[in-house]
Design a protein around this ligand. Structure first.
Ligand SMILES: NC(=O)c1ccc[n+]([C@@H]2O[C@H](COP(=O)([O-])OP(=O)(O)OC[C@H]3O[C@@H](n4cnc5c(N)ncnc54)[C@H](OP(=O)(O)O)[C@@H]3O)[C@@H](O)[C@H]2O)c1
Length: 430
């Protein structure tokens, strides 16, 4: 058998320890598939003394992960430290500059610097692989870039953040409020102590930017993704959604339109009957629509040591076999320059929930604001009557432009009888 592939592993946290564990447990099977053994021979982390649950005996230790890039004994570098800049970026740039292939799980790095890093890899004739960066154990990068390579993809969408999906699932099942469920999720280790990246939609936006680049063959454009998180989703809206036949999911959706690529992350109401509406808890799912294949949906675990290691090791097997494709599916000269389209031109139906004072003329004022903005009302729900008190009123619009809806919303929010910031949730067809 050919000489083993010697791996330098930077980061020994959840993912790093998972990679060592998988390569040891499945060593023979991986060797057969890779055509040679794959061995971690060097590691780097901050704290040399920390117990990682895996033995580091016989492995070389690097205090400075960036030094791995120029180590001639290493064939490939795996970066699982995290962060879009700092040592992760420095290591990846140094390794690619030296012509050493890199495997990373770091979606922030790939979403923000992926275009420049791909250019660097192209110039030095090496590769950057990042299967683990999107949807953890689901092989969605390979599916889009290789499995669906013959298709013109029109839309890619998914549940891309397990923490948000877990919180929304528990809110629905247990009829509890966001803050309460988030606190529980933090106790259980499903949400970080600082949960902002997850619950504000940034993590999902990183992943969507990567998927959109692959699906539409264009340079990755994180800044062009419209991002909203789940902080303002309430138990009340989840209950109204159920009454209307919907579930609320944080989706990342990218679409190829006539004007360019539209990419957005926000809470959506999806029909209860849609397969993606049934993906609950920490699970992720990705749906792609191609002109020849039709609709493809992949579902699985989007995080955790095992699923993420599974994706990292798959990339290592490709590198061991010299199976290398361009980072974004096509060479940088062959990528499209389709522009990004702004959220203002989004076209869809909306759920709008208001808390209004129950008094004559209120509904007339609200519907007048919608009419003046050119928004057509599909249906309205009002529960109970409480003259002189606040009651929820739910409006569902027909499909309309985002800009029109925003203009109506500004007028409605300013009405004296509307006593809370209205809840606006976009309705996404199945
Ligand atoms: N966890 C998941 O389920 C998951 C899933 C998909 C993708 N990812 C991505 O995978 C990457 C790693 O995630 P993780 O959950 O494994 O993180 P983690 O548990 O926090 O581990 C990070 C590791 O990087 C090391 N590190 C940090 N800064 C370093 C530095 N300056 N020099 C050397 N080592 C340094 C840490 O060292 P010490 O241990 O000594 O502090 C730690 O071992 C991130 O990009 C993340 O987004 C994670």
């Amino acid at each position: 058998m050919t000489k083993p592939l010697s791996v330098g592993l930077a980061g020994l946290g959840t993912v790093g320890a998972g990679v060592i564990g998988m390569l040891r447990t499945n060593a023979d099977l991986v060797a057969a598939r890779a055509g040679r053994r794959i061995e971690v021979t060097a590691v780097s982390a901050r704290n040399r003394d920390r117990d990682r649950g895996v033995s580091l005996d016989g492995l070389r230790w690097f205090d400075d992960p960036v030094a791995m890039a120029s180590d001639p004994a290493l064939d490939v570098v795996v970066e699982v430290m995290g962060g879009s800049d700092g040592p992760a970026r420095a290591l990846v740039e140094a390794a690619l500059s030296a012509g050493k292939p890199v495997v990373t799980a770091n979606k922030a790095l790939v979403a923000v610097h992926g275009a420049a890093l791909a250019g660097l890899a192209e110039r030095t004739g090496t590769t950057l692989a990042f299967e683990a960066a999107v949807a953890g154990g689901i092989p969605v990068i390979k599916a889009l870039r290789e499995g669906l390579a013959g298709n013109r993809i029109s839309r890619v969408a998914g549940i891309l953040n397990g923490t948000c999906n877990y919180i929304l699932t528990v809110m629905r099942e247990q009829k509890r409020d966001f803050a309460d469920v988030l606190a529980d999720a933090q106790r259980l280790g499903y949400a970080e102590a600082d949960p902002a990246f997850d619950i504000d939609g940034i993590d999902a936006a990183h992943k969507l930017a990567i998927l959109a680049a692959l699906a539409f063959g264009r340079p990755v454009a994180f800044d062009a993704v419209h991002v909203e998180g789940i902080r303002s989703v309430s138990a009340l809206d989840i209950a109204f959604a159920a009454e209307l036949g919907y579930r609320i999911k944080l989706l990342g959706i990218a679409r190829q339109t006539e004007d360019g690529v539209a990419a957005r992350v926000h809470p959506c109401m999806v029909p209860e009957s849609a397969p993606i509406a049934r993906v609950d808890g920490v699970f992720n799912a990705v749906v792609a629509e191609g002109d020849f294949v039709g609709r493809v949906m992949l579902e699985g675990r989007g995080a955790g040591a095992g699923p993420t290691a599974s994706a990292v090791v798959a990339d290592l097997v490709d590198i061991a076999r010299d199976r290398v494709t361009p980072v974004w599916g096509a060479g940088s000269g062959d990528l499209s320059n389709a522009p990004s389209v702004s959220m203002d031109s989004h076209f869809g139906a909306y759920y709008l929930r208001l808390m209004v004072m129950d008094r004559p003329g209120v509904i007339a004022d609200v519907t007048a604001a919608l009419r003046d903005a050119g928004v057509s009302l599909g249906s309205m729900l009002q529960r109970g009557r409480a003259p002189g008190e606040a009651v929820p009123v739910v409006l569902v619009t027909h499909e309309t432009r985002e800009s029109a809806m925003r203009s109506a919303l500004a007028h409605i929010s300013a009405l004296d009888s509307v006593i809370e910031t209205p809840a606006l949730i976009r309705i996404e067809p199945a």
